[in-house]
Ligand binder design. Sequence first.
Ligand SMILES: [Zn+2]
Length: 371
Amino acid sequence: MRGTVRIGTLAGIPLELHFTWAIIFALLSWSLATGYFPQAVPDLPTGSYWSKGILAALLLFASILAHELGHALVARREGVQTRRIVLFAFGGVAELKAEPPGPGAEFRIAAAGPVVSLGLVVLFGILAGTLAGRPGAAAVPAYLAMLNGIVVLFNLIPAFPLDGGRILRAALWRFWGDLPRATRAAAGAGRFFAYFLIVTGIFGMLAGHAPGALWRVFIGLFLLMAAQSAASQVWLKEALSGLHVRDLMVPDPVTLPAHLSVNDAIRDYFLARGYGGFPVVRNDHVVGLLELAQVRAVSAEERDQVSVQAVALPADASVRTTPEADALEAMQQMLQAGRGRLLVFEGEAFRGLLTHTGVARLIQIKMALGV
Ligand SMILES: [Zn+2]
């Protein structure tokens, strides 16, 4: 997920906000302050509705964070580290660095989030109960008890990658003893539920229930993408397991002379050869990597004067890997950096180029041949 800002770390885990979260935070505060709270507790001053709206939105944010932290801390106890926790429009996600070691661990990690949310339902419920004599003060905890209840129910739907889908996957994993197969089945259930939401949402819109129905379509589309990408990640892992960069790299790639102008590189290399990027060579050494993104950053008027070397990415650790590196880790490094290729170095000696399209093609061939 890109488009996030890091706002700190919690229990050693980086915490990031996706830009869509800020939009939802503003929309939610606004709709609570102008719609929900005025209806729930009438006749309060406008300022009081706004402070309630903002407070409730912040506490909902904290509740979702606690839910994700529940996943992350149980995962840590099971020996799985968390890369980061991201909060975005539809909730949050704790990105684990690896698959859980077994179905039991998967179950405990998946169940931890809903258990935390259920605890929050009880906590906010008790708080609302003790404040029952003061409806103005009780409205915020009552709202949070309800919302955390919805978080529990929604997450327990057996649609991978929701928590309920992970619990389903854990059960199938134990039953079949086969993680890829369990993932495919759980992702299938996720897709089914996503289509259900989209179709009922479209019918709802046709029947004139626009706002709620539109939400169903959005959440359905989001779940569809999430199920697809979770399934393809497992598939990628399966296809690349046991392989190293040396098995997948292009050993003798076409290289670009550093002194060439960007215009010449476009004409004689990018267009003539049809590749999306090249290692840049100066004095027989690979010194950088030039991809379409760097070419696009140069304006059309400047492309004649600017040399390839001036705009290429330097051949530092962020674009480097080694022949012995794990293929899947190298692919993840590439995807996380948003690049299409990595330079393969053994010590200071250039050995080849690992490309995203090359690996994808190889996986396609493996799939087609069933090997
Ligand atoms: Zn969860």
